[in-house]
Design a protein around this ligand. Sequence first.
Ligand SMILES: C[S@@+](CC[C@H](N)C(=O)[O-])C[C@H]1O[C@@H](n2cnc3c(N)ncnc32)[C@H](O)[C@@H]1O
Length: 284
Amino acid sequence: MRAPSDPIDLHRHGAALRARRPAPLGPASAGPVAIVGAGPGDPELLTVKALRRLEAADVIVHDRLVSGEVLAFARPGAERIYVGKAAGAHAKTQEQINALLLGHARAGRRVVRLKGGDPFVFGRGGEEAEHLRAHGLEVEVVPGITAAAGCAAAAGIPLTHRDHAHAVTLVTGHGTAPEAEPDWAGLARPGQTLVIYMGVATAARTAERLIAHGLAPETPAAVVEKGTTEEQRVLATRLDGLAATVAEAGVRAPAVLVIGAVAAYAEAADRLAEPAVPACAAAL
Ligand SMILES: C[S@@+](CC[C@H](N)C(=O)[O-])C[C@H]1O[C@@H](n2cnc3c(N)ncnc32)[C@H](O)[C@@H]1O
């Protein structure tokens, strides 16, 4: 038996996992399907590999958060299929998406499954890869810049900082049912940065729970809406003002909430962006 400190033989481990998979059902030419991260919005934040897969694709199955500018990199003849999910309004069910990917790959087409940010961060990329592999298809995962990294950088927020934050936690704001509640006490520990995805609607409850579990009400917080795009908005506030800020500014998805000492850098970046001399004085 393996002691906890023994290294895992990944090669053997992988072979054992592969042996458990069902036999391939598709033709020999099927796949690989590329599950590709499109980054947070700015098309220049695509990876070179993502760009190459897009340019070569016959079929691109994409989500709502993938911008038109990114899709424009596809070759003219490529088929683009929108399967986006807005809150409560799904263009296609996950089963339909899985079937679509399988069908096109088995027909011998080069399929790109294009997702906003990184496909393996709150993107169901893991489930889709599992499904495709379980049906005998090869899958290539091309990582992308996830919203936390992209939005924080674009807002001037260092996610870690030797003086302020030694850890970063990515959390979904969707966990509202009692059985899906996050570990609030763990999240409320100081010295870390929280980045909350899909957290606009639950901002009030998030702030209330964190404060109830001991995080100081004056902890800096920031909201980055449509980060890295031309419509980006950055709002700097405090934990106890987060819900009011979100409501008053009418923040809409996609947005991330950044909570922790480093969020104060958002304010500093905003201040630097302001003209040093008021516009009316400059005109004199
Ligand atoms: C379903 S998750 C997908 C996350 C994606 N896979 C990633 O790695 O960024 C959607 C959430 O990501 C966040 N998000 C994605 N792009 C964003 C952007 N450009 N600006 C702000 N938040 C963004 C928002 O919290 C949004 O509700």
